[in-house]
Design a protein. Sequence first.
Length: 365
Amino acid sequence: MGEVMDAREEREEREELILPVMADEDRREMLRLEEVGGLPTQIDRSRDLFFRFLLGCPSRLDLLGDLLNALFSVRGCPRVEQLELRNADLPPDGVNLKESRLDIAVVDELGRHLNVELQRENHKHFIPRGLFYLDKLFIEPLGNGEDYGRLRPTIVICLLAFDLFQGEDRCVWGFRWMSPEGKLLTDVQQLFYVEMNKARERLSEIWRRTKSDPDPELTDEERLRVWCGYMTNDALGVRLVQEVLTKDKVFRKVNAAEQSYWGTPEYRYYQLRAQMAEMDRKAIEETHLDEATARGMAKGMAQGMAQGMAQGMAQGMAEGVAKGRLEGRLETARRMLAHGLAPEQIAEYTDLSLDEIEGLTARDD
């Protein structure tokens, strides 16, 4: 019986190697790279393709449930008992409107619509995009003229491979509709952020506690931290899954899925393509940054030169006016001296010093 079950599970595993359509030229390139050893040798677990393969397949929704329950336990939310996959493509609301594709979309036995996203980098519009997904999921079940009672609780969970809230120790954040005074309006829409780099910081404590235990048990918080370490390729997180938690049925299944995934050259090829595309995008961004920096420097130099010229002109004009005024007072003083006025009187009328007036007398002599 065990052999039959193993064979069936193996067949189901093969059937769930769902791959994007590969063009002939890509397949030839993949086979060439495989032959010369050019495909990646290290799996990157933070890639969308592996994330969807591991947690978004029907036969592995129990793994997703384990991750969600670890998070919900930390946040005090009802646990999930059963999950069903939903279409991850959100249709536009009308003609020429934006379409959306979610990483993983499921509904649980309570009717909650859940979207789980894996995010590697903090893009400019990342937070508005999460709110967009939350609203789209919330209103998606409601057709024209239908009762608002069809709207179901909606939760978006974002697993982040970066720190969203700098300088904060907390790694799990939850947001609901609440007033500034702390009054909860509704929890039908919730948004969770899990900062995985922060969550994995205590993996060393879990490692020390469990490494010598033949069958260690983890708290929900510890399970969440192990998941975060594993998904971000943390060395301790991976070792805990592969070496310590070998009797844990969830993480044992994680190991089996990873071996199946990484044993498929198509996935390794797509990881290589994703890595190359990311490198190209960063190179373009750095080039644009360098160009922007150069333009900024040139603009700053031009502005500085213009400002310097303007300041110089203004200073020259001011000095010229001041000089002209001084020369005018000196000429007035000469005329007053010629008419026989005393230097003290001239100083009072012209605001010149006695030394300046006496200097005029000396030059005239």
